[in-house]
Design a protein around this ligand. Structure first.
Ligand code: UDP
Length: 244
């Protein structure tokens, strides 16, 4: 299945909807190689313009989910109308459903120990048929990384979720995925485990519907203002490019 990949401010993103993205996941599971899934939002677009390693990770990803209302807005401005917002956090659960149906082992790496444990329990409860092959918090020293790689390989996990925040998780995936010989799908999930475990709240459904989740997040976590400034920069650059 071919997915249309476009560039927004010279950063790639897939013009895709949830149904096609799920089909793509099914296809990835059948192929005997590893694939990366990364969510793209305006903040990441701005970061990747100044971070060549992050950009490389995005260029090489197999599925780039259009996360963030700002990204969908920009895509439509450039005429890419088939695009639908797919929050990475939601899509993780879609992958869990597919994994449960296909009996694929899942490994959950990242976040604080307490968050990781709680989120794993919640996922297991929500998807009783999901086979959790293993889990590990995200504060492993670089010297202990070999042990973690061995642990993931020994678990036989086919799906790996990496919750280290961006750009750490994308860089980790690019560096270590070649050593994970059984993993076929690796998704970067940022702060999703914190949300699942109830440590950080997602916006109510009506705010999500209004595509104003970014604003809700800013109100709850004002210290993110610096990161949110990237949104304004993103909008300015998009309008400038469109005018050109
Ligand atoms: N994190 C981690 N190890 C690190 C740094 C961060 O496991 O060395 C985790 C952190 O505990 C949190 C997540 O990565 O669960 C980052 O969440 P954030 O919402 O900042 O990520 P974003 O979705 O914005 O990329």
């Amino acid at each position: 299945m071919n997915v249309c990949r476009v560039r927004i401010l010279d950063i790639p993103v897939d013009v895709i909807n949830k149904k096609r993205a799920e089909k793509k996941v099914e296809q990835m599971l059948m192929e005997n190689k590893s694939h990366t899934i990364i969510a793209i939002n305006p903040e990441k677009v701005i970061a990747a313009r100044h971070d060549s390693t992050l950009k490389e990770a995005l260029e090489n990803a197999d599925l780039l989910l259009p996360d963030g209302a700002g990204l969908v807005w920009a895509a439509r401005i450039f005429g890419y109308n088939g695009i639908q917002r797919i929050p990475g956090a939601d899509f993780m659960e879609n992958i869990c459903k597919i994994g449960a149906r296909r009996n694929c082992g899942v490994f959950i790496y990242g976040s604080r120990e307490e968050v990781n444990r709680k989120a794993t329990q919640i996922l297991q409860k929500r998807y009783p048929r999901l086979r959790i092959a293993g889990r590990c918090h995200g504060y492993i020293d670089e010297e202990k990384m070999d042990e973690l790689i061995e642990m993931i390989n020994a678990s036989g996990a086919i799906v790996l979720f990496v919750a280290l925040g961006s750009p750490k998780q994308e860089k980790w995936m690019m560096k270590y995925l070649p050593r994970l010989n059984k993993v076929r799908i690796c998704q970067g999930i940022g702060g999703t485990l914190d949300t699942l475990a109830g440590y950080s709240k997602r916006a109510p459904k009506w705010i999500q519907y209004l595509q104003a989740e970014w604003f809700y997040r800013l109100l709850r976590e004002p210290w993110r203002i610096k990161r949110q400034k990237a949104l304004i920069q993103f909008a300015k650059l998009v309008l400038k490019e469109k005018a050109r």
